[in-house]
Design a protein around this ligand. Structure first.
Ligand SMILES: *Cc1c(COP(=O)(O)O)cnc(C)c1O
Length: 400
């Protein structure tokens, strides 16, 4: 079967996929149809926290499939309550609501902010987000996403959203007014290439919200669950948000998203919100097995150590290759900025050499590997990027 040809015929053309068909995974490795192994530093876009085929996750899924797969939220089931308990015990929040994706998590956060504004802030409804943010593809989440390239084709956006320059405390302060119901920030911006706020900026956001009563919300869909070398991204800044949206790795590789709220933001009441599949027992069982394994195997600490090792490795390459402009990261969210615009070529070259990386723009490579990454994997990855850089010289970027 020519799968690439079939995709062209029967699938909507929204993805520009790389020419590889994966059929199997094991640990931090994927295997294609011919059995060729690839070291995976993308992990299903920051989803596969334990890599592929972790026995604890497989066992949890098998057992739950055999017992009960879905009932709806008209009744009680145990896996979502167990997972909610874990999340409440391991976060600054008090209550959880489950949906199926990161976008839906942020949709839920929008509804929380608006209801909170109605109840407690004289009808304030505006939500402030930062330039270059990414919060998902549904219309509300898209309105949160302050990137014109994602919004233009689908204008007009729903009203009630306001954008501020990234990491600019004065601009944030100036943007907040009596209409502001919430500020929503990614602790580290993921999809726009691992942009990290100054700690002072996040603390100022917290202070501003404390002064006005607006909610501080963190989109932890990518940064949560150990990714940044702490269990939550917000911990890196010494603050606590009122609402967190979560997703990506939450379901251990199955679709699951959610929000965690502090008691003050527990404003949704019966009839306000729902989800047919949200909190699906199989996804929640997989998620709980994933999170308990992250804890029992010390993978948050491993993410911090491997993230530092990876940044050090790429910084060494800077001395060899003029192409590299900057290396930055937090835990296992690592980016390499280039002086050139051939990041996509480097991604393809690395793929040919058995390494999966990703580029968030023509000038930025991004790595969000599984948290189980070993030191030898880091060395292998840096070695392959070294070769790819040596073999793929490109003219400097116009503005570089
Ligand atoms: C991926 C991502 C989303 C969207 O998640 P989906 O599951 O694709 O809807 C939202 N916010 C952030 C920060 C993300 O990285």
């Amino acid at each position: 079967m020519n799968w690439q040809e079939l995709e062209k015929q029967v699938y909507m053309g929204t993805f520009s996929r790389l020419p590889v068909v994966f059929v199997r995974g094991d640990g931090a490795r994927l295997y294609d149809e011919l059995g060729k192994p690839y070291l995976d530093l993308v992990a299903g876009i920051a989803v596969n926290l334990l890599g592929y085929g972790h026995p604890a996750v497989r066992r949890a899924i098998h057992e739950q499939v055999d017992e009960l797969m879905h009932t709806s939220n008209l009744y009680y089931t145990t896996p979502p309550l167990r997972l909610a308990k874990f999340l409440v015990d391991h976060s600054c929040g008090d209550r959880v609501f489950f949906v199926n994706s990161g976008a839906e998590a942020n949709e839920t956060a929008i509804k929380v902010a608006r209801k909170y504004g109605k109840l407690h802030l004289n009808g304030a409804f505006e939500i402030i987000t930062a330039d270059h943010s990414f919060h998902g593809r549904t219309l509300g989440a898209l309105a949160l996403t302050a990137q014109p390239k994602y919004q233009e084709a689908f204008a007009p956006m729903p009203p009630g959203f306001k954008y501020v320059p990234f990491n600019d405390t004065a601009a944030l302060r100036a943007a907040v007014n009596e209409r502001t119901a919430a500020i929503l920030l990614e602790p580290v911006q993921g999809e726009s290439g691992v942009r990290i706020h100054d700690p002072g900026y996040m603390r100022a956001a917290r202070e501003i919200c404390d002064q006005t009563g607006a909610l501080l919300m963190c989109d932890e869909v990518q940064t949560g669950l150990g990714r940044t070398g702490k269990f939550w991204g917000y911990e890196n800044y010494g603050i606590e948000p009122d609402v967190l949206s979560i997703g990506k790795g939450l379901g251990g590789g199955l679709p699951l998203g959610g929000i965690i709220v502090k008691e003050k933001a527990n404003v949704l009441t019966p009839g306000d919100h729902g989800s047919t599949m949200g909190g699906n027992p199989v996804a929640c069982a997989a998620g709980l097995a994933t999170l308990t394994t992250i804890e029992s195997e010390g993978l948050v600490e491993n993410a911090a150590a491997m993230g530092t090792a990876m940044q050090d490795g790429f910084k060494m390459l800077m001395e060899k290759h003029d192409t590299i402009k900057a290396v930055r990261g937090m835990g296992l969210m690592v980016a390499v900025d280039l002086h050139t615009t051939n990041a996509a070529d480097l991604v393809k070259a690395a793929l040919g050499k058995g390494l999966i990386i990703n580029n968030t723009s023509p000038e930025t490579l991004r790595m969000v590997p599984p948290l189980i990454l070993a030191r030898s994997d880091v060395d292998e990855a840096v070695g392959i990027v070294d070769q790819a850089l040596a073999e793929n010289k490109a003219p400097a970027a116009a503005h570089g």
